[in-house]
Design a protein around this ligand. Structure first.
Ligand SMILES: [Zn+2]
Length: 678
């Protein structure tokens, strides 16, 4: 749980690395930061080498001075454990800590996120450091949370990982016969007789590249290896967390996630955190819906609870092909967007720009000029002032939604690893086909996992539900039986949790619910189109076209393929199932189709958008028993119109806001607090 009891106002601040600067500069930094309304510092993210100069020597003297400095300036502290990058001496003396990459190359010292997750050295020294830090700082009330390592991720294919993989497999499957069955090793005669015959699926074994993306010959093995790597890093996280909690039982522990990140199963990880936190770095040109989606995903992995925005840049990144400046007002707008989707903080990487190496041109509150005379500093300070006025008004408020999108890491891994049917398929894109129009239509969307409870929703959408995990089809049937509306698409229901095809006809376990049989799937090359008509409008059928037979479902009015040998076969089907409906969309299409289709689905599901207005105005709500906050965010450069749905108080200006049409200035935000006190 976010430590609200320690926070009087929203955490505003971020990563501060004074160890990169002469000590005499620190005081001035703090004065500038305090004057900008910064109240929270993430300290000690990359200091392992400094605080542990050798195996048995720990030196916290400088960190003590940094902590004292932050406390003198009334800062809350997010204390990192610093294990995101190993010390050079450790790599030199204990090379087991170095990773082996997918090409089979043993890495040498360098970079970050570089520890082998199964290295005995790493698994000894990282939790030991976490424990030493907890002992050193256990009495510091200023520490509001513990930040374990940093942006966990990456891969390792070393011998230690290979051995640990075999142990993980024994735990999961018990016998080698079960492994052979789960991996379908009869294919290509890969049958294993001894655990030691199993090797990591790297480019030296099962993997290769063709068709412009990485592939593996044995998706079954690769899928389990991805799960194993995610679990290995989670185990490393757990060891540090437990080391801290042994000393400080009430410590609130988290690690910064990275949104739509393929490396780790965050739905599993979030169960091990006291609250979710994440780093938001949109790519250039992303739409506001694309930026919003990972916020909803991160809220979802944490069980729809508020999260902390742990990092964003105040101005510019350093790693993209073109590192465009955030235009005036964008930092504020995107910060409010995070809050609108469930964040209870606004934090930056970083407080001060380093003078050397790859992040020296990454944006910071304090630029190389070293003063407050910059546009970025002024924007940060002005926003800090505004957040102070907001106080804890947004804290702990939840997002209520009757629409859920299913997002599943195993489905992501297995569907993108598939050899065929098309190289144009990407899971994130499939999620966005539905998410983007819902966002523009001003609908709150929960992003949930297959394991989550569906019963609180009216509409559940599972774009490309390629993998159906045990029990999920039955739970979906119950959901629809009880009156829910369910939608899925092409390439769904194909495989079970081992990535083995469910025989007896696609979409496998979903066949009865959907009332269809998918006989074949046609992959259209980029630019090629079939067509269908929906509500009198002709739309393209693209990428994948399923050849669907009706088995109780109805073909929606006119929605049949118009060309090729499967002309007339249905594209959109609806199956009445108990008290609800189950829909199937057999091909990818254009934006206007998804918008029209979703409009119909919302109406049928008995739910409605929050309000209406221009597409550029994003609207969300967060609420508790006392108040509902309405967020109206204008993502356009110019003025846009929106309909205010509930009267209340403007949380930023205090002005009374009434129901009705209103314009919002370009890049501006209106937050209306609607009282729910009866
Ligand atoms: Zn390894």
């Amino acid at each position: 749980m976010i430590p609200y009891e320690k926070l009087q106002s929203m955490p505003y601040g971020g990563d501060y690395n004074p160890e990169q600067w002469p000590e005499e500069t620190w005081e001035k930094d703090m004065e500038l930061l305090e004057a900008a309304g910064i109240n929270t510092l993430t300290l000690n993210v990359f200091s392992w080498a400094a605080i542990q100069p050798s195996e048995d020597v720990y030196d916290f003297s400088r960190l003590d001075r940094i902590v004292a400095l932050a406390e003198r300036h009334h800062m809350h502290i997010v204390m990192a454990t610093s294990t995101g990058a190993m010390p050079a001496w450790m790599a030199h003396r204990h090379p087991d800590i170095l990773r082996v990459d997918r090409e089979g190359r043993k890495r040498r010292f360098g970079g970050r996120h570089n520890c082998c997750p199964n290295s005995p050295t790493y698994l000894t020294y990282a939790p030991r450091l976490a424990e030493k830090l907890a002992l050193q700082y256990r009495d510091h009330e200023s520490i509001v949370a513990w930040h374990i390592s940093n942006e966990f991720g990456g891969e390792c294919y070393c011998e230690n990982c290979e051995k640990a993989f075999r142990t993980w497999l024994k735990g999961k499957y018990q016998t080698i016969a079960n492994v052979n069955a789960a991996w379908d090793t009869a294919f290509w005669g890969h049958t294993f007789y001894d655990w030691d015959e199993i090797v990591a699926p790297s480019m030296l074994s099962e993997c290769g590249s063709w068709g412009g993306r990485d592939h593996t010959m044995f998706q079954t093995i690769t899928l389990d290896y991805k799960r194993f790597l995610s679990d290995s890093m989670l185990h490393a996280y757990d060891l540090e967390r437990d080391a801290i909690k042994k000393i400080i039982p009430g410590a609130q522990c988290t690690t910064n996630m990275m949104g739509v990140f393929p490396g780790l199963d965050y739905q599993k990880w979030a169960q091990h955190e006291d609250f979710v936190s994440w780093d938001n770095y949109p790519s250039p040109g992303q739409t506001y819906a694309e930026i919003a989606m990972p916020h909803d995903l991160m809220r979802g992995v944490g069980g729809q609870k508020p999260f902390l925005l742990m990092e964003q840049t105040p101005s510019v990144t350093n790693w993209q092909p073109y590192n465009a400046l955030k235009r005036p007002g964008i930092m504020r707008l995107w910060s409010y967007q995070a809050i609108a989707h469930g964040s209870d903080s606004v934090m930056f990487f970083q407080m001060k720009r380093s003078i050397g190496n790859c992040e020296k041109y990454h944006g910071a509150v304090i630029d190389h000029v070293g003063t407050g005379e910059t546009r970025v500093y002024r924007e940060v300070a002005s926003f800090g002032e505004e957040l102070k006025k907001l106080g804890p008004a947004v804290f702990a408020k939840e997002t209520k939604s009757s629409v859920a999108l299913i997002f599943d890491w195993d489905t992501w891994w297995s569907s993108e690893a598939s050899a065929g049917p098309t190289q144009d398929y990407w899971y994130r894109t499939e999620i966005l086909r539905f998410y983007e129009p819902l966002r523009q239509m001003k609908v709150n969307v929960d992003i949930i996992g297959q394991q989550d409870d569906f019963s609180g929703y009216r509409l559940v959408i599972a774009p490309v539900m390629y993998m159906v995990k045990p029990g999920v089809a039955a739970r979906l049937e119950q959901f629809v039986q009880a009156g829910g509306t369910f939608v899925t698409t092409y390439f769904s229901g194909f495989v079970n949790e081992h990535d083995l095809v469910t025989v007896g006809g696609y979409p496998g376990e979903l066949r009865q619910l959907l009332g269809i049989w998918v006989e074949e799937e046609d992959a259209l090359p980029e630019g090629a189109e079939n067509h269908f008509t929906y509500h009198g409008v002709r739309h393209p059928a693209q990428m994948l076209c399923d050849l669907v037979h009706l088995e109780g479902a109805a073909q929606l009015d006119g929605a049949g393929y118009e060309e090729d040998f499967y002309r007339g076969m249905p594209v959109v089907t609806r199956n009445a199932f108990g008290g609800g409906q189950a829909y199937y969309v057999a091909a990818a299409s254009d934006e206007s189709f998804y918008r029209d289709f979703l409009t119909d689905l919302l109406a049928e599901a008995g739910t409605a958008p929050l309000t209406e207005g221009d597409a550029d105005v994003e609207v969300t709500t967060r609420e508790d028993a006392r108040a509902r906050l309405w967020f109206y965010l204008n993502h356009a450069d110019g003025e846009k119109r929106v309909s205010i749905a509930a009267a209340g108080r403007d949380l930023i200006t205090g002005e009374a806001i009434s129901v009705g049409e209103r314009t919002i200035a370009g890049r501006d935000v209106l937050i209306v607090e609607e009282s729910l006190d009866r």
